[in-house]
Design a protein around this ligand. Structure first.
Ligand code: SDX
Length: 429
């Protein structure tokens, strides 16, 4: 009868250990029994960047990187993108089930009636430089929101938690839109709760002198689908930051500011901005071969390609490519698409990329759509952070409720100097 264990023999001592296997994984703490001397600390595993370390058990999002599969609570991303909307997907990600009509109507009402921010928040945003990066404004303002809702520190109170979660999901489009209007030197536009979640976001971005803003339904739907695609992605860098910061039991606004800060990096959610700047730099399809040569010479990365988990085409990139046609029918075709398609064509054929499983990821095509919708490039990471808010919050709640979890505190392998005495200044070489 096969045993569900790993037999490890420590050849330093000849001792053998039986380590239980659960979910095709061993518990790292079971390694600590492996010692040479009884007083030893015991064995650890070394895994910089957590390439092969499960930090949690989760029931929220499933990714199969080899097959290019993404599911939220078991529902394939392709079906949700086609049949659902962002607020419904947010409910699913948070509560684990698709809402009934009554549940959805209440959820939508609750979210759409928390869209205003305190006037002091608006005044606070006014002090940023006129050319402040919207993502910097977004991160700072989300952190500042913790000072407006001190009750958010009562994180073990389910009702309080839900109130802060609804506030964050409802207010991030307002904060994002305010940061956009600030960067354009335009007056901020207040929410219009007659509109949908995404329609209201477009209203706060674009409304000028018209009495009632009417969102373009094609662009409203395209952006809503993009929000669905960006809602959660299991233990990515930003979510890991949310969990690590949240594990110290700080409030959700402070933890989310840290998650958004991690997302901002060009290797993560800031890649959509970096992709657009890369395409603009390439400028023309005829420059693509030269650019690819630079990538293969390790002079730079092909932004929007590659993924720690997907070693196949990112399913979200496939859907985004389909949305592009619908958006361009309204906005006119973005000529940068030709450069992107040529980069993809070469990358999918060239051994350098094929051997490294480098496929387009979610950030490769999203920026081309955002630019066609007239978003400034600097807004792109903010457009990622808005929908990812629900993912961060769902993962944060799961972490708080998980009996296995404690404050996150990784170990290290110390390779520094051994003990030594202080040397007075005059005796230093
Ligand atoms: C997101 O984790 C998530 O789920 C994130 C995300 C989410 O929804 O939260 O999906 C969103 O962040 C998508 C990724 C966006 N980032 C980019 O597009 C930036 C460009 N991509 C790379 O920086 C990179 O591919 C990462 C960061 C995405 C993944 O890096 P890994 O897993 O650490 O892979 P690696 O750096 O070990 O690369 C393996 C090899 C290396 O070559 P060798 O040293 O083995 O010869 O592939 C090369 C890398 O140099 N490589 C690239 C490359 N990505 C990896 N070479 C050129 N261009 C690239 N984009």
């Amino acid at each position: 009868m096969t045993k569900n264990t790993l037999s490890i023999t420590d050849n330093r001592t000849g001792q053998t250990y039986e380590i239980p296997i659960e979910h095709d994984t061993i518990n790292a703490m079971d390694l600590r029994q492996i010692k040479v001397n009884p007083g030893d600390f015991g064995m650890m595993s070394y895994d910089p960047a957590f390439k092969n370390t499960a930090s949690t058990k989760s029931t929220i999002t499933y990714i199969d990187g080899g097959k290019g599969i993404l599911r939220y609570r078991g529902y394939p991303i392709e079906q949700l993108a086609e049949k659902s909307n962002y607020l419904e997907v947010a409910y699913l990600i948070l509560f684990g089930e698709l809402p009934t009509k009554a549940q959805y109507d209440q959820w939508e009402y609750d979210i759409l009636h928390h869209t205003f921010v305190h006037e002091n928040i608006k005044q606070l945003m006014h002090v940023f430089r006129h050319d402040a990066h919207p993502m910097g404004m977004f991160i700072a303002t989300v952190a500042a929101m913790s000072t407006f809702y001190p009750e958010g520190r009562d994180i073990m109170n389910e009702a309080e938690r839900l109130k802060q979660i609804q506030r964050l999901i409802a207010k991030v489009p307002t904060v994002a839109a305010f940061s956009y209007r600030h960067s354009r030197g335009l007056p901020y536009v207040y929410p219009d709760n007659d509109l949908s979640y995404t329609g209201n976001f477009l209203n706060m971005l674009d409304k000028m002198t018209e009495v009632k803003y009417k969102p373009n339904p094609v662009l409203e739907r395209a952006l809503d689908v993009l929000f669905i695609l960006h809602a959660d992605h299991e233990q990515n860098c930003g979510t890991a930051a949310m969990r690590v910061i949240g594990s110290s039991h700080t409030d959700p606004y402070t933890a989310m500011a840290g998650a958004a800060a991690a997302l901002y990096g060009p290797l993560h959610g800031g890649a959509n901005e970096a992709v657009l700047r890369m395409l603009l730099e390439i400028g023309d399809v005829k420059h693509v071969p030269e650019f690819i040569k630079g990538v293969k010479n390790r002079e730079r990365l092909l932004m929007g390609f590659g993924h720690r988990v997907y070693k196949n085409y990112d399913p979200r990139a496939k859907i985004i490519k389909q949305i592009a046609d619908q958006v361009f029918a309204e906005t006119g075709r973005n000529p940068l698409l030709d450069i992107a398609l040529e980069l993809e064509r070469i990358a999918l054929e060239d051994d350098f990329f094929v051997q490294r499983n480098l496929y387009p990821n979610v950030d490769f095509y999203s920026g081309i759509i955002y630019q066609a919708m007239r978003f400034p490039i600097a807004m792109f990471p903010v457009l990622f952070a808005i929908p990812r808010t629900v993912g961060w919050l769902a993962q944060w709640v799961e972490m708080l409720k998980d009996p296995d979890q404690k404050i996150a505190r990784p170990r290290q392998i110390y390779l520094g100097p051994d003990v030594r005495d202080y040397v007075p200044m005059e005796a230093r070489g």
